[in-house]
Design a protein around this ligand. Sequence first.
Ligand SMILES: [Zn+2]
Length: 121
Amino acid sequence: MPTVIYGRYHASDQRLQNMLQHIAETIGRDVRVTSADRINIVKGSSVNSLHLINEAVDFHVIGLSDAEAFRALRENRVAIFGPEVGDDYRWQLIQHGPYTSTGGPHLHLGYSPKGKPPRVN
Ligand SMILES: [Zn+2]
């Protein structure tokens, strides 16, 4: 079964862990995490980053380019994330390209907790 490889990174939010596993299984490929919980603001990142409240992970899908993986995720977004309706839709999925200021190209998955102001990647 496709799995999520965390390496040295820690994602403390069970909801994010479950979603990454769900993504791996839906796409049928392993997912490699390249950043998760952050204690410090990294260069180029925002003070409002979801990473700082342990609500974001950066990743690649092994065997796919970020563009291919992003396309696959968008095409399967209802199966993966559910319908994008109302206040319950709290997920953000972003493809960061080669000019991103935080650690090179990657996909970013974040979850904006209810009752808190929206945050950025
Ligand atoms: Zn990120």
